[in-house]
Ligand binder design. Structure first.
Ligand SMILES: NC(=O)c1ccc[n+]([C@@H]2O[C@H](COP(=O)([O-])OP(=O)(O)OC[C@H]3O[C@@H](n4cnc5c(N)ncnc54)[C@H](OP(=O)(O)O)[C@@H]3O)[C@@H](O)[C@H]2O)c1
Length: 274
């Protein structure tokens, strides 16, 4: 198949491209900066700026299926992007996001499943890659400061999301389905820090901040977008009030391989912690 992967340089997209190539598909990779993207020569790299959906037109020529996610801070043009994609492709796989104000996950799901072509929506749990927010502290000390150390999450490895995406992009059995994807274990944030320490071979511990302290630290962090600080903190409050997340077996059901643990994720990202 000829497959367009949008946001192809990101955590999920950069794992999805090799999965699709390995399965023998022809891959076109969308990025805002084709000149700086690093893909093998057989991957056609195209410019796609999702906040300007008309840039998708040139990317969609002769494409069978599209992988779409909506990066944070991309604006509200998802319906326009979907209109263009459905004019050209016969299948879309969409990764849901909590990051579009005024468009809840359920709204996104309705839009995608109602778009008129074969559609699959992926609803992933919290990404394990978010623990990289702690990497600076872990590189320089043994204490991770944060808020809601008791908050449980089923962290998912981006490779597992990509492996599922590769299957549902290329198999016929998934049209109209929304898949909830999680990692294999429920760990509080404090437990996540402990697991990272176990893989690194040194004890790490969690130190709880007040919400005012947490907010200030995020605002002081130049790598963390100010506009996302309250989104994150409000999201934590919602997660605390919600029922404990349920572990699903969807990754194993679709890919035939169990979802990767946090310890496996840390092992795959060791260099980020040194
Ligand atoms: N983190 C979580 O816990 C979590 C949980 C559930 C869902 N999600 C959702 O997953 C998505 C993030 O996936 P990810 O981690 O793979 O993404 P990512 O690594 O944050 O970014 C993906 C890529 O998007 C591209 N990009 C950014 N803005 C763009 C724009 N305006 N137009 C076109 N491309 C743009 C960037 O590539 P270039 O610079 O090369 O263009 C970037 O590499 C978000 O929608 C998020 O809400 C995340």
């Amino acid at each position: 198949m000829r497959i367009l992967v949008l946001a192809a340089t990101g955590n999920v997209g950069s794992q999805l491209v090799p999965h699709l190539r390995a399965a023998g598909h022809s891959v076109r990779a969308g990025t805002r900066n084709p000149a700086s993207a690093d893909f093998p020569p057989d991957v056609q790299v195209v410019r796609a700026e999702l906040s300007e959906p008309e840039t998708l037109l040139d990317c969609l020529d002769d494409i069978d299926a599209v992988f779409l996610l909506w990066p944070l801070h991309t604006g509200a043009q998802l319906p326009n992007a979907l209109d263009l994609i459905t004019e050209h492709a016969r299948r879309i796989v969409f990764l849901g996001t909590g990051g579009i104000s005024d468009l809840s996950f359920e709204d996104q799901e309705k839009l995608v499943h109602g778009c008129g072509i074969e559609s699959v929506v992926l609803r992933p749990s919290t990404f394990a890659v978010n623990t990289l927010w702690w990497a600076d502290e872990i590189r320089t000390g043994d204490i991770v400061h944060g808020i809601h150390g008791e908050l449980p999450m089923c962290l998912i490895h981006e490779t597992d999301i990509a492996a599922v995406a590769a299957r549902v992009l290329t198999e016929n059995a998934h049209a109209g389905v929304t898949y909830t994807l999680t990692g294999p274990e429920l760990l509080t944030q404090a437990e996540q820090v402990r697991v990272i320490g176990e893989v690194l071979g040194r004890p790490l511990r969690w130190a709880e901040l007040t919400s005012a302290q947490a907010r200030q630290r995020l605002l002081d962090d130049a790598t963390f977008p100010d506009s996302f600080v309250d989104v994150l903190l409000d999201g934590y409050t919602e997660m605390l009030a919600a029922p404990r997340p349920e572990i699903t077996t969807t990754v194993a059901d679709i890919t035939g391989r169990p979802a990767r643990s946090l310890a496996e994720w840390v092992t795959d990202h060791l260099a980020d912690f040194y």
